[in-house]
Design a protein. Structure first.
Length: 196
């Protein structure tokens, strides 16, 4: 029954979202925009703002992200994020060695990647740029912008198989590294309320 608004910078993602909305007869609006430009493309506030898996690693500036989240959340409204744990992004593909920084650096981490987000075996090679953000670098922009943290959780599993052949499924939509198991965090979530 909720009326939702979705934002993505990908025109193809927006086209697919609109097609799915129309097929299911849902009340939803989809806006194509870089998140940093969203104030120029949307003029509303919301009861709930949600950020999902695999998003903040594409953003170089989480202080600016925190301002945007606050701008679009109504006073008394809730912001919720569920994201992959930053510890995951410090390790090599086999999760045996730490090779990437835990804390954000000025320059992005740039790598040549094969496949696509949707199809890892697609015959495509491209350069990707991303940033690792520590938990503090994620939480503090929310606090600085008037949010009170109500819940913080870390999870000893991933809801997606991020590890390909190195993964072991331990339940419905629950995956862990075959050797590390539940010894490390794979995801985290934060529920924050914007102060009135």
């Amino acid at each position: 029954g909720a009326i939702a608004t979705g934002v993505d910078f990908s025109d193809e993602a927006i086209r697919q979202a609109k097609a799915l909305r129309d097929e299911l007869g849902l009340k939803a609006e989809f806006i194509e925009s870089n998140i940093y430009d969203l104030k120029e493309n949307l003029d509303r506030q919301f009861d709930i703002v949600f950020t999902s898996y695999g998003t903040i690693g594409w953003l170089p500036d989480l202080d600016k992200w925190g301002e945007i989240v606050a701008h679009f959340t109504k006073p008394g409204g809730i912001f919720y994020i569920v994201e992959f744990h930053p510890l995951m992004w410090t390790m090599d593909d086999d999760m045996e060695n730490i090779i990437y920084p835990y804390f954000t650096t000025e320059e992005p981490i740039s790598e040549v990647c094969n496949g696509t987000y949707a199809d890892r075996n697609a015959p495509i090679s491209h350069m990707e740029h991303g940033w690792d953000h520590s938990l503090a670098e994620t939480i503090m922009p929310l606090i600085k912008n008037g949010f009170r943290i109500e819940e913080f959780n870390e999870y000893p599993f991933s809801v997606y198989n991020l590890l390909d052949t190195k993964a072991r499924q331990i339940g419905p939509d629950r995956y862990v590294h075959e050797k590390l198991g539940t010894k490390i965090p794979y995801m985290f979530s934060i529920k924050a309320r914007k102060e009135i």
